[in-house]
Design a protein around this ligand. Structure first.
Ligand code: OSB
Ligand code: MG
Length: 370
């Protein structure tokens, strides 16, 4: 594969409603749409770095810098056999996984389009449809949270994830259980807001039979999570702590988690995501696909990777309309049946880019050729 041109479009799209996590509140999503060109085809992906380094160490600007200085010049003069070569070629660059992933995932889309096969198939995915859930931010009121949960349950979402932080945790989970019962597949995501000093609060959550608690402790920890997991009945799922195959291996070996959330951007691309998926499968650790408030382009990649067989837990890839008044893809991501998204059968990601919507939210563009 020869990459002839790379284009970055920086977009800023308003969220339909504010999204609050333990690290802050978002009302807009700024991100980079990546296009890679080769042999008459265009591959698309999204760089999911955020505007501030609150989730991981990257930002949109740091990702653009790393891509421009260290990835693109080499890429434009190298012939890749397969998209897997990308991660070998740039393994010398430490971390900066979202910078890598934005370009690598676009190359995967390009590859699948050149072969005329769906991206899901190129990755080894077998599922024709995937089960999806929703991630609900920290709502200003309990009543507001219950209203949102009710709406998403009516749409048939297969997993309800609720963001928590110290002081806004046990009462929220209790309220959802009291209103909707114990059959609702419910989980909490703390985004690293607790320490081992909060163990009594975290233990109180056990009585609500959550399917898991996601990343309760520090973003860079796997040791305290192992201690915590020994004290909790609720399975721990790691998100922020897992950046690589090696991180996953160590966390599994230590007993730091029983489930792993795979985000393509956080682990440096689809090749690494697939490797972590395969390791987890071998070790009996179920995985699911997390989200980063993606536009439809990022969602499309999430759908493709979630078609692999060990993605046995519904992911966070909800319909486009949960976040966007209008998405930049056609068709939008929608539920084909309650809580189900159909995996596209068209070549590549299987969604078309809506240039009119891209233009509407465009801040700036930059093109790189040899
Ligand atoms: O922790 O999973 C997370 C959004 C931004 C950063 C981190 C996280 C999230 C979400 C939203 O939970 C998931 C989605 O895209 O719907
Ligand atoms: Mg998370």
């Amino acid at each position: 594969m020869k990459i002839e041109k790379v284009k970055f479009d920086r977009l800023k799209m308003p969220l339909l409603s504010p999204f609050q996590t333990s690290f802050g509140t978002a009302t807009v999503r700024e991100f980079v749409l990546v296009s890679v060109y080769g042999e008459g085809h265009v591959g698309y992906a999204e760089c999911v770095a955020m505007d501030a380094p609150v989730y991981n160490e990257e930002t949109i600007d740091s990702a653009l810098h790393v891509a421009e200085q260290f990835i693109i010049p080499k890429l434009l003069e190298t012939e890749l056999e397969t998209p897997d070569d990308f991660s070998t070629l740039f393994s010398w660059i430490r971390r900066n996984n979202m910078a890598k992933s934005g370009i690598e995932s676009a190359i995967w889309d390009l590859y699948a389009k050149q072969k005329g096969i769906p991206l899901s198939k190129a990755l080894g995915g077998k599922k024709e449809e995937i089960e999806v859930g929703v991630s609900i931010g920290i709502e200003p009121t309990v009543e507001g949270l219950l209203k949102k949960v009710e709406g998403f349950l009516e749409e048939g979402y297969k997993k309800i994830k609720i963001k928590i932080k110290p002081g806004v945790d046990v009462e929220r989970i209790r309220a959802v259980r009291e209103r909707f019962g114990y059959d609702v597949p419910l989980m909490a995501d703390a985004n690293s807001a607790y320490t081992l000093a909060d163990i009594e609060t975290l233990k109180q959550l056990d009585q609500y039979k959550l399917i898991m608690i996601e990343q309760p402790l520090a973003h860079d920890d796997i040791v305290d999570h192992a201690k915590l997991q020994r004290e909790l009945e609720t399975p721990i799922c790691l998100d922020e702590s897992i950046h690589s195959l090696e991180d996953a291996r160590k966390a599994i070996e230590l007993g730091s988690c029983k489930i792993i959330n795979i985000k393509i951007g956080r682990v440096g691309g689809l090749t690494q995501a697939k490797k972590i998926h395969d390791l987890c499968q071998e070790k009996g650790i179920p995985v699911w696909c997390g989200g980063m408030l993606e536009s439809g382009i990022g969602r499309a990649h999430n759908i493709a990777i979630a078609s692999l067989s060990n993605f046995t837990i519904p992911g966070d890839t909800s319909a486009s309309k949960k976040y966007w008044a209008e998405d930049i893809i056609e068709p939008e991501v929608f539920l084909s049946k309650p809580g189900i998204v159909t995996v596209p059968k068209e070549p590549g990601i299987g969604y078309k880019l809506r240039q009119d919507v891209v233009d509407k939210y465009l801040l700036s563009s930059k093109v790189y050729c040899k």
